[in-house]
Design a protein around this ligand. Sequence first.
Ligand SMILES: C=CC1=C(C)c2cc3[nH]c(cc4nc(cc5[nH]c(cc1n2)c(C)c5CCC(=O)O)C(CCC(=O)O)=C4C)c(C)c3C=C
Ligand SMILES: [Fe+2]
Ligand SMILES: [Fe+2]
Length: 413
Amino acid sequence: SASASASASASPKTNRIAVFLLNLGGPETLKDVEPFLYNLFADPDIIRLPAAMSGIQTALAWLIAKRRAPRSRQAYDSIGGGSPITRFTTAQAELLETALNEDCDSSLEFKCYVAMRYWHPFTDEALAKAAEDDCRSAVVLPLYPHFSISTTGSSLRALLAEMQASQPRLMARHTVVPSWHQAPGYVDILARLVADELRDLAKVPSEKPICVLFSAHGVPVSYIERAGDPYKRHIEATVRLVAEATRARVRDDTTYELSFQSRVGPVEWLRPYTDDALVDIANRGIKRIVVVPISFVSEHIETLEEIDIEYREVAETAGIQHWRRVPALNLDADFIRELKFQVNDALYAKPVVSTSEACVVNSFDLDDRPLGVLTGVEKDVERLNSKTAAVAIALALLIELLANTRAIHLFGV
Ligand SMILES: C=CC1=C(C)c2cc3[nH]c(cc4nc(cc5[nH]c(cc1n2)c(C)c5CCC(=O)O)C(CCC(=O)O)=C4C)c(C)c3C=C
Ligand SMILES: [Fe+2]
Ligand SMILES: [Fe+2]
């Protein structure tokens, strides 16, 4: 009623909480593709150069973006001329904001802001909006269930550095959800979606069992082995839990496997690669497959183009006859409930921390083995980072710039 809203505005909410949803962002039109790729490759968490070579990062990013753009543009063109990631993330933010405000303490008000790492709305735009809205504290929730240096790590580094510089008051009262890869709500939704496909596929007769193939976005092996990225461990934990929960729902002889997709560049990435895994499965005589994208929470190029078009063709050529792909979580009501749970859990169950270092360290301690202070790990990485590869890239770049050859093709980008 009018009087209720008048009294609400007379006594403004004393505690307005910003919820920053972190994601990578994506090109909205084909002309955004190249600048988006530039932003991505200019990120030192995506292309890790030794400190001595950080000076060439932007030149290298420019070159790689230029080289990759035509192929990427074609992929984005095949899914409608841009990425739907921003639309999904914005809609997730709106639904989460409504859900959070539904039954919270009346002195609180939640405001959700999308903070993208490589495209609009960028991190600084999200921070500026939170300042405009006079938010007094913040919860940072990555829309990546699994922690990787290349995703959550990079987004946190950007957000916290800018928060420290522009909003020290907010910085002093924020908390971070480092990862939620084992959250029962998340695991249950995936198990439900997989079980739905299994029941449906069971109607198709076949001598061989159905195969459930979890496909996670890959990272270079060096992230795991040298930099101590917990990403692989996090992915494996989710797969184990979802397989268990699905077996509890559908008792049959289905097999559960894991592979990694979206390799970029010349270095060794986590194996097995999804396309190899599909051929291997087909070679075992299996005709029915359920592919489950697990490191993403909404549809975008990696699901709509890479899985639905490229990998499906690989699978069918190799002899798979019945192909199902589990949808991304998108706007699933259970998923929004899980996000709400993560925000409340971060606010009420975990201590609010006040330095960026403590936040990032947190993400590593969540499960079994603490990995120490991230800044320490990083210094190690700088030292360990393959000097040979870096020098080779620099040489290729030089050759390319001076002689106008295509030396960088040696690196597959
Ligand atoms: C958990 C998810 C992701 C990890 C880990 C990740 C690491 C990673 N990615 C690249 C390079 C590229 N990624 C690109 C797009 C892209 N990546 C993710 C997720 C993860 N990346 C998503 C959801 C998307 C799609 C965004 C969209 O537009 O919808 C791209 C651009 C697309 C292309 O040209 O293929 C590149 C390039 C690296 C190098 C890396 C780890 C070091
Ligand atoms: Fe990626
Ligand atoms: Fe890709």
